[in-house]
Design a protein around this ligand. Structure first.
Ligand SMILES: Nc1ncnc2c1ncn2[C@@H]1O[C@H](COP(=O)(O)OP(=O)(O)O)[C@@H](O)[C@H]1O
Ligand SMILES: [Mg+2]
Length: 273
């Protein structure tokens, strides 16, 4: 409780207040799907918050509403106190499936957005080279996406999201398609990038351990319509290393969150039985 209030003492960077999101038209054949109901979440500047929850509970919907890809049906979503009305360069987004243009090389993929927005080349070129170095892709500027592993493609996506110097990074299961070892590398990479750029991060994952490893706070959602069921704070200082995964803090948080999420999954099974 104290922890919650300490987060909320400063003005939140991101705020969801009473957000409802339904898809489809009410009353139409098949009805509408209520994805989020009374979803409330405040995120402090530079905080890393992960959302975990059962499949279909509304995790991606919450991120898409914040990104401005979807509009809330009710309630408000604000960034720096201003309502979100659409996508913007202050919010970089990374999805699970790399959405790189196959006919553009790594460098061109990274700079495409800023180039289209009219940022001068002498500004974005050195920034792109620096970013590619930071995500571990120095020397791969001229490679094409098909020449890269899944992990490397996600590195390109992260560089592309950071090129417009967003102060918010939205990540929807960004490492979900990667093998376990690569995921661990990417989690550490993300913490390194956070040290450097200090963005506010909303990270969605179905992997409770991943959420704990990278986050200051982890939110467990109920099943659909999703709302916040449980939130835990992770106190271990950042950057974190693999030793943290063997700590009592990590294992007890993992246990608590697995129970919270699995409870939602099993309730649904019982309801269906
Ligand atoms: N564009 C859409 N149109 C209709 N229904 C959708 C759409 N996007 C998501 N949904 C539905 O909303 C619910 C929540 O979806 P989503 O936010 O993608 O869940 P999660 O990311 O937690 O798996 C699901 O029942 C899903 O089928
Ligand atoms: Mg999703």
């Amino acid at each position: 409780m104290d922890e919650r209030s300490s987060t909320q003492q400063q003005a939140p960077k991101i705020s969801f207040t009473g957000v409802n999101k339904s898809y489809g038209t009410q009353g139409s054949r098949g009805g509408s799907t209520l994805a989020l109901a009374d979803f409330d979440l405040q995120i402090a500047p530079q905080e890393i918050v992960s959302i975990v929850g059962p499949t279909g509970c509304g995790k991606s919907t919450s991120l898409n509403v914040l990104a401005g890809f979807e509009l809330a049906s009710a309630g408000t979503v604000t960034v720096d106190g201003k309502p979100v009305t659409g996508p913007g360069p202050n919010r970089g987004v990374v999805f699970q499936q790399p959405s790189l243009f196959p006919w553009l090389n790594v460098f061109a993929n990274v700079v495409l957005g800023v180039k289209c927005r009219g940022v001068p080349a002498e500004e974005y070129e050195p920034r792109a080279m620096r970013l590619l170095e930071e995500v571990g892709l120095k020397g791969f500027e001229k490679h094409y996406p098909y020449q890269l592993s899944g992990g490397m493609q996600q590195r390109v996506q992260i560089a592309r999201a950071l090129i417009s110097q967003p102060d918010i990074l939205l990540m929807d299961e960004p490492f979900g398609a990667l093998d376990y070892q690569t995921r661990l590398l990417m989690q550490k990479l993300l913490l390194r990038l956070w040290e450097h750029f200090r963005p506010t991060i909303l990270f969605i994952t179905h992997d409770v351990g991943e959420a704990i490893f990278i986050s200051d706070r982890v939110i467990a959602m109920t099943r659909r319509p999703g709302r916040v069921k449980r939130e835990v704070r992770v106190h271990a200082p950042k950057p974190r290393d693999y030793e943290f995964m063997a700590s009592s803090e990590f294992t007890s948080l993992e246990h608590e969150l697995v129970l919270a999420v699995q409870g939602e999954v099993e309730d649904r099974e019982h309801a269906a039985a």
